[in-house]
Design a protein around this ligand. Structure first.
Ligand code: UGC
Ligand code: NI
Length: 163
């Protein structure tokens, strides 16, 4: 079993896997007579492949127990998937590149509770990893025809320790 160490999240380091959604560096638009700050277009959903449509859901994640065995990954061939924390609190994202149709070695990122991520379409990732407490996330992803879930097991699990 291989140790999986969390790295700090950042736009550049996460760029091969998708977008980091944070107000830092976002386009700020003052609206509503100056009473509201609009941090515009943190990401663009990619859901229209094969007549898909964008939906918004709420995921309530149970905290994972650590050390946590990352034994599988999944991806959504037809659409992106974005998670934005509602409850707050750090969470963990695990992603991987593709190697001949299977996930490569994973990379784990600790994500602050006020930062969201969008996984690009067909990007390998582990299902939601909530940390420390039951955590709610707003999720923007695809609904529509076709199979939008592909899963793959690792030959041996990676062991993720608590951040
Ligand atoms: N199954 C589901 O909708 N959730 C996963 O895709 C996930 O990434 O958590
Ligand atoms: Ni997913």
């Amino acid at each position: 079993m291989t140790a999986l160490v969390c790295e700090p999240i950042g736009r550049e380091v996460f760029a091969p896997f998708g977008e980091v959604m944070t107000i830092e560096g976002a386009e700020l638009r003052m609206i509503n007579g100056g009473t509201t700050e609009r941090f515009h277009a943190l990401a663009t959903a990619d859901t229209e492949t094969e007549d898909g449509r964008t939906i918004v859901s709420l995921f309530r994640g149970q905290p994972r127990r650590f050390p946590y065995r990352v034994g599988m990954m999944e991806r959504h061939p037809l659409g992106s998937q974005a998670f934005f924390p509602v409850t707050g609190g750090d969470w963990i994202a695990v992603v991987a590149g593709d190697e001949s149709g299977r996930p490569g070695a994973p990379r784990a990122f600790v994500v602050p509770g006020n930062v969201g991520l969008q996984y690009g379409r067909n990007v390998w990732h582990h299902p939601l990893i909530a940390v420390g407490r039951v955590s709610d996330f707003l999720v923007v992803d695809r609904e529509g025809p076709g199979n939008n879930l592909e899963e793959a097991d690792y030959p041996a699990p990676y062991i993720l320790t608590a951040p």
